[in-house]
Ligand binder design. Structure first.
Ligand code: PAZ
Length: 320
C-alpha cells in the first residue's frame, strides 16, 4: 500500500476526503440513521437562540476510540486509547446546561449516567429478593435511581440522540452526516470532538478479505494516512459551528505546541490539550486569546464540569 501524505500543510484536499468515503464500506442502517438525525436536528433547529424556546444549542460529542480493521471479515484490528469516560461525562454536563446532544460513541464504551458502573455492575448493583425478584440494595438505591431518572429525562424530552460506531469508516461517515445535517443550525451548533481517531488505516479495497495467515511468517504492512477531516468539517460541512477538538500526547514537552498548531491549521475555536498521565485531572484550553488551565477541584468532581461551563460561556459569546 502506498502512503497517502496529505501535504505539508497537514490539511487534506476535498478530493482525498471524497476518495476515502467512496472506498469505505457503506454504513449499515444509513437510511435509518439519516432519518433519525434529520428528525432530531429539525425538531431542535427552531428552539435554539433568542427566537427559540430556550435551548442553549445542539452539540455533537464524539467519544471513544476508532478501530482500524486489518481484515474485511475482521478478526484483528488496531485500536485507539479511549474509554469513553470524557464523552459520557461531558454529555451529562451539556444536557444539564440546556443543550440537545448528539453522541457519536464507540460501541461498548462508557455511557452517560452509568459511567460510574463497574464491569460487574449487574452483579453488584442488583440482588435477588426472597421470591427471586430483582431489587436494588439500599446502599446503591440513590445512585441507581438518579441514573435512571436522568437518563429517561434526557431521552423522554428528546434531547439525546446516540449513534454508535466501531471502525474508523463508521466514525467518519457518521461525523460527516451529523456535521452536514447540523449546518442549518449555524452558530448554534457545537462540535466537541473527544474521540480518539486513528491517523492511519488500511483502505478497504486493499484489505485482506479473510483472516490473515500466520504460516507465511512476519507481517509487513504499510498503513495509509486518514485524511484530516477537521479542516473539511470547518470549511465545508458546518462552517459556522463552534468547534472544540482534543489533543492527547504522552510527551508534555510537545503537547501545547501541537495544540496551537491544530488550532491554527484546522481553524478550531478551542483545542483542549491533555496529557495521558493526568488527563482526568487537568486539561488546558488553547484558544487564539491564550491558554486556560482547568483543574479537577477534588475526587468528588469531574474536570469536565468546569470545562463545559467555560465552553458554554464561550459558545454563547460566539453566538452574540
Ligand atoms: O475516553 P477517555 O475519557 O478515556 O479519554 C479521553 C481522551 C484522552 C481520549 C480525550 O480527552 C482526547 O484527548 N481525545 C483526542 C485524542 C487524540 O489526540 O486523538
Amino acid at each position: 500500500m502506498a502512503a497517502d501524505p496529505s501535504g505539508a500543510s497537514g490539511r487534506s484536499s476535498e478530493d482525498e476526503v471524497a476518495a476515502f468515503f467512496r472506498a469505505a464500506p457503506p454504513l449499515r442502517d444509513r437510511d435509518r440513521v439519516a432519518g433519525e438525525l434529520a428528525e432530531f436536528v429539525d425538531r431542535h433547529s427552531g428552539t435554539t437562540g433568542s427566537g427559540g424556546r430556550g435551548l442553549a444549542g445542539v452539540v455533537c460529542i464524539t467519544s471513544g476510540g476508532t478501530t482500524v480493521p486489518l481484515e474485511q471479515r475482521c478478526v484483528r484490528y488496531i485500536d485507539n486509547f479511549s474509554s469513553g469516560q470524557r464523552g459520557a461525562a461531558s454529555t451529562e454536563y451539556f444536557l444539564k446546561a440546556g443543550y440537545a446532544v448528539i453522541l457519536i460513541y464507540r460501541r461498548g464504551s462508557k455511557q452517560p449516567y452509568c459511567r460510574f458502573l463497574s464491569e460487574d455492575s449487574f452483579l453488584e448493583f442488583f440482588e435477588l429478593g426472597e421470591e427471586s425478584e430483582i431489587q436494588v440494595p439500599d446502599s446503591h438505591a440513590t445512585v441507581v435511581k438518579t441514573a435512571i431518572s436522568n437518563y429517561w429525562k434526557a431521552t423522554d424530552e428528546g434531547l439525546l440522540l446516540k449513534l454508535p460506531f466501531t471502525t474508523i469508516f463508521e466514525y467518519l461517515q457518521l461525523l460527516q452526516m451529523v456535521s452536514t445535517e447540523m449546518n442549518c443550525l449555524g452558530q448554534h451548533g457545537m462540535f466537541y470532538l473527544a474521540a480518539a481517531v486513528s491517523d492511519f488505516y488500511v483502505p478497504w479495497e486493499s484489505m485482506a478479505k479473510h483472516k490473515i495467515e500466520s504460516a507465511s511468517g512476519p507481517l509487513n504492512m504499510q498503513l495509509n494516512q486518514v485524511p484530516k477531516m477537521l479542516f473539511i468539517l470547518r470549511k465545508l460541512w458546518a462552517p459556522s459551528a463552534f468547534c472544540v477538538s482534543f489533543k492527547l500526547e504522552t510527551d508534555p514537552d510537545i503537547l501545547l505546541q501541537k495544540a496551537e498548531v491544530a488550532l491554527r491549521k484546522y481553524g478550531m475555536n478551542v483545542v483542549v490539550a491533555n496529557e495521558l498521565a493526568n488527563y482526568k485531572d487537568v486539561v488546558v484550553m488553547v484558544t487564539s486569546n491564550g491558554r486556560t488551565t482547568v483543574q479537577r477541584p477534588s475526587k468528588e468532581h469531574d474536570v469536565e464540569e468546569q470545562l463545559i461551563d467555560l465552553l458554554v460561556k464561550m459558545h454563547s459569546e460566539h453566538i452574540m
